[in-house]
Design a protein around this ligand. Structure first.
Ligand code: NAD
Ligand code: GLY
Length: 367
């Protein structure tokens, strides 16, 4: 590890684990040796990330018995069918219960590899090496794993924590600008949930982040992981507070599912979802016009969309929003905002105002 590496902890008792953040970490053999017991490692990656980083990771894993599975790239491949390829690769390599599944890639690879680790022989070791901004600030931390169903996003999966998260900030150099912005959506989310000072820092530092200034990116990743780790430590299995991490996601998942997985990036859909949550919060009287404008402005400055695609009408969005893991006894629950930097999970909203939000983006078909 080098001098600029930061180490955080996700505090889950005996299942606590570190998050390492710094440049060059994915090629550092010491972290792997410390956190990978046994001899067998299955590296799961995809066809885009493999040519960039697979050999470097494999070189750092010298001494282990290695196997690799290279998946097709894209959200539409986050499916049971592709997940089964990982299980098949583990069986074909004759890997035992002491093996480790290592996810090298963005959130799609991480979620699928994690679900394979959770299921193979009822659970084997798991290590996350996230290579997108989104996966470094969100999906690699906290143990949510799974795949999509054609009828609903992330509807099949398990909570399964990794042994460590290795966030190599230098891997972001090869990420395209659209993907960087998608990651910034989840970063903004933490400010809105319960970290107003971070939101204000983002308002001051959006340009350095877009310019990929190393200090700014490193701070944003560290602060996001700290915020997420705190919530996960308090409510690992999402019986309460953890649902706040889904700010913007009920609207966003509806957009992703409605458009067909992969058309809109997850972060883009979440960005619009946060704007819609701000709109509904304002209609409920919980958020003023100025606060709503600050949310929309920051999202736009991150070069993210602020309105849903015109192809999805409000009625369809409403229908899709009903397929959500936060629905309880048939009632939709949403993460909404009560003032800047304060969010809550609630089913106490006037459904007429939700319809007004959905139709407020240029459509009048759901009122
Ligand atoms: P992704 O995994 O599809 O990666 C985005 C693109 O970047 C892909 O084309 C990928 O191949 C490419 N890529 C990855 N690393 C790269 C690199 N270093 N250089 C160049 N290209 C690179 O998308 P994502 O935004 O990382 O993750 C989105 C997924 O994460 C969604 O499926 C979402 O549901 C899930 N997610 C999960 C959680 C969780 O808690 N488990 C949280 C948020 C999001
Ligand atoms: N991204 C939502 C969660 O991890 O709970």
């Amino acid at each position: 590890m080098n001098a600029v590496t930061k180490t955080l902890t996700v505090d889950l008792g005996e299942r606590s684990y570190p998050i390492y953040i710094g440049p060059g970490l994915l090629g550092d053999p010491r972290i792997y040796r410390e956190h990978i017991p046994g001899r067998q490692v299955m590296v799961v990656t995809n066809e885009t990330v493999a040519p960039l980083y697979l050999e470097r990771v494999c070189a750092a894993l010298g001494g282990y018995q290695l196997a690799r599975v290279i998946l097709p790239d894209g959200e539409r491949y986050k499916s049971l069918e592709i997940w089964q390829r990982i299980i098949t690769a583990l069986l074909e390599a004759r890997f035992d219960r002491q093996c480790t599944v290592l996810a090298l890639g963005g959130g799609v690879v991480g979620d699928m590899a994690g679900f394979a680790a959770a299921s193979y022989q009822r659970g084997v070791n798991f290590v996350q090496v996230p290579t997108t901004l989104l996966s470094q600030v969100d999906s690699s931390v906290g143990g949510k794993t799974g795949v999509n169903h054609p009828l609903g996003k992330n509807m099949i999966g398990a909570f399964y924590q990794p042994r460590c998260v290795i966030a190599d900030t230098a891997s972001l150099d090869t990420l395209d600008d659209r993907q960087l912005s998608a990651g910034l959506a989840e970063v903004i989310k933490y400010g809105l949930i319960d970290d107003l000072p971070f939101f204000e820092w983002l308002e001051r530092n959006m340009e350095p982040l877009l310019a990929r200034e190393a200090d700014a990116l490193s701070h944003a990743i560290e602060r996001s992981c700290l915020d997420k780790a705190r919530v996960v430590a308090a409510d690992e299995l999402e019986s309460g507070r953890r649902a706040l991490l889904n700010l913007g996601h009920t609207f966003g998942h509806a957009i992703e599912t409605g458009m067909g997985y992969g058309e809109w990036l997850h972060g883009e859909a979440v960005a619009v979802g946060m704007c819609m949550a701000a709109d509904l919060s304002r209609r409920l009287g919980w958020f003023d016009m100025d606060a709503q404008a600050r949310v929309v402005d920051l999202v736009a400055r991150a070069r993210l969309p602020v309105a849903p695609p015109p192809d999805l009408d409000g009625a369809r969005l409403l229908e899709l929003m009903a397929v959500d893991k936060k629905v309880q006894q048939g009632r939709m629950r949403l993460v909404l905002m009560q003032g800047m930097g304060h969010s809550l999970v609630t089913d106490q909203f006037d459904s007429g105002l939700l319809r007004a939000t959905l139709s407020g983006y240029g459509r009048n078909d759901v009122c």
